[in-house]
Design a protein around this ligand. Structure first.
Ligand code: SF4
Length: 303
């Protein structure tokens, strides 16, 4: 598999660790600009349970990786292009100026509907100065699911953002969630997207010239609307069912696309379900083992 860890090691000649940061931004899907209450699955930390300010994050991660690793400043929490452009520039540049430990790049997570012309220009300038990618939280290409989870933008907005970023030479990483709920026909009850729908999302993303893809199962997390309205929602019956789906996803991802994640990364105190999503090593090993047993690999089902 073309994993981002190995890609970065080759690019920079040493281990590169992503430092999850909370840049102090907010989200237009919480403050009423785009929506209220946020996406159904998102906790009040804006999906940044591990993120902290730069000093704390460096301390935490340099203790974990004390061997002179290099770092990518990962603006993870909330929407990291949702602020005046001067403020964005000053925060991004402040992290890039850190020399000990060495920050070698930027990863900026955002919504595709929060990219103005001014933001594109800033990203284009930064991209010429440092290694960088923009991570877009798409989650699904199916607008009925997106409406159910209160994403508050349509998929064509994502397509336009990918075209605008890639035409400027900016790397795009797309984030998809497997097992999102949508309304069942007739009853309106929450049911998981079908396997075909999830695979269609992967194929759609991979048709564009994206740099990377990030997949993980839906987690029900404390502080999310999902935890309030469907606390017992279970998208996958078992690890095996999840692994089986991910293997097919991986086979549909072309080899030139880097894989950033195949399982969720929720901090234990925030996780309600599925409990097994904490078994990250077990899940990843099972994916590798299943691929090997089928003599299958990334990209071998690309049409
Ligand atoms: S997932 Fe992203 S866009 Fe949705 S509410 Fe959370 S921070 Fe906002």
């Amino acid at each position: 598999m073309n994993k981002i860890g190995a890609f970065l090691k080759k690019e920079f000649g040493s281990r590169v660790v992503k430092l999850p940061l909370d840049g102090g931004f907010t989200c237009p899907n919480r403050d009423g600009t785009k929506g209220i209450g946020g996406c159904l699955f998102c906790s009040s930390t804006g999906s940044g349970e591990f993120a902290s300010n730069i000093t704390e994050s460096i301390k935490l991660f340099s203790d974990k990786w004390p061997d002179g690793s290099k770092y990518i400043a990962y603006f993870q929490s909330h929407t990291n292009t949702y602020a005046p452009v001067e403020q964005l520039e000053s925060k991004f540049r402040a992290t890039l100026s850190i020399k000990d430990p060495e920050i070698v790049g930027l990863a900026i997570a955002t919504r595709p509907d929060c990219l103005t012309d001014e933001v594109y220009s800033l990203l284009e300038r930064l991209n010429k100065e440092t290694f960088m990618w923009v991570e877009l939280g798409l989650q699904t290409i199916h607008d009925d699911t997106a409406d159910f989870v209160n994403r508050c933008y349509k998929t064509d907005v994502y397509d336009e953002a990918v075209a605008a970023l890639t035409s400027r030479g900016i790397r795009v990483v797309t984030h998809l969630i497997l097992g999102l709920p949508k309304a069942a026909e007739g009853t309106g009850d929450a049911v998981s997207e079908s396997r075909e729908e999830m695979l269609a999302s992967v194929e759609h993303v991979c048709k564009a010239p994206v740099f990377g893809i990030k997949l993980h199962m839906l987690n029900v997390v404390r502080g999310s609307t999902l935890a309030e309205i469907c606390p017992n929602y279970v998208p996958f019956e078992s690890i095996e069912q999840y692994v089986d789906l991910v293997v097919e996803c991986v086979r549909k991802i072309p080899n030139n696309i880097t894989i950033h994640r195949l399982n969720a990364d929720t901090a234990r105190p925030f996780l309600i379900s599925p409990e097994w999503s904490m078994k990250k090593r077990t899940i990843l090993n099972a994916i590798e083992k299943k691929l090997a047993s089928m003599d299958a690999k990334q990209g071998d089902m690309v049409e």
